[in-house]
Design a protein around this ligand. Structure first.
Ligand code: MG
Length: 252
């Protein structure tokens, strides 16, 4: 199932996309969504981020080859950090390069969307708490990540968490190709099979510390090949089995 959010005259609504037809979404994150009446065609709507997380938990250095490209060791347990919900944008919305940074970079990632609340969940039960998956770009001001000493500002600028274009619910995330293209040139291509810490371990580790709410998002880390994006660029994150998240890059 493809779960979307889209803009209507009365505000954002969830929908279910089947082919080119948008159906009303009945239900919610926790109970699951079902397709109701057909309401629109895909060509008639503006897609929004499919998630409205209360928090975004991101994983650092979860692909060994990416850790190595920055001269970092792979951590012995998951390296987690938080990103603000205010950074979230949807497909097609511009990534704004802030004047404080001279080095804004792309990070293509598989995003896990939580369905049922997760508090102290064992890895063996973790899948019961996953609604589905979407594509994410963990945009990073690399220079500020280095100079600040911690990552909140570098990862937290408005527009630095593009997500979409939809949530796919029935997908095995174990071995999916994750690609980033800038202006149609492939910059990153890795496989989720290379994640150091897998999704059930991540859910166990995170939910032992903080409750994961329905709609919360885990960014599972980026493969090697991160690099610059500049105003005028078009950056695409593609995750096999999900789709393509495309965003233009603009100056502030
Ligand atoms: Mg990242």
């Amino acid at each position: 199932m493809k779960i979307i959010r889209f803009q209507t005259a009365s505000g954002p609504e969830f929908g279910i996309l089947e082919g080119e037809t948008v159906y009303n979404a009945e239900g919610d994150y926790a109970s699951g969504f079902r397709a109701g009446e057909p309401v629109r065609e895909l060509s008639q709507i503006t897609l929004l981020s499919p998630c409205q997380p209360t928090k975004i938990i991101a994983i650092g250095r979860n692909y060994a080859a990416h850790a190595a490209e920055h001269g970092d060791e792979v951590p012995s347990q998951p390296l987690i950090f938080l990103e603000p919900p205010s950074a979230v944008i949807g497909p097609g919305e511009p990534i704004v390069c802030p004047p404080q940074s001279a080095q804004v970079e792309h990070e293509s990632e598989l995003a896990v969307v939580i369905g049922r609340r997760a508090q102290r969940i064992a890895a063996t039960d973790a899948w019961d708490h996953v609604l589905g998956y979407t594509c994410a770009n963990d945009v990073t001001a690399r220079d500020l990540q280095r100079s600040d000493g911690q990552w909140s500002r570098a990862k937290g600028f408005d527009t630095f968490a593009p997500m979409g274009p939809w949530i796919i619910t029935d997908l095995d995330p174990a071995n999916l190709t994750v690609t980033c293209r800038v202006n149609n040139q492939v910059k990153q291509q890795g496989s989720t099979s290379d994640m150091v810490f897998k999704i059930p371990q991540l859910i166990e580790y995170i939910s032992a510390a903080m409750t994961l709410e329905p709609g919360d998002v885990i960014l599972t880390g980026t493969p090697e090949g991160v690099g610059l994006i500049r105003p005028g660029d078009q950056v695409e994150v593609e995750v096999e089995g999900i789709g393509v998240l495309s965003n233009p890059v603009v100056a502030a």
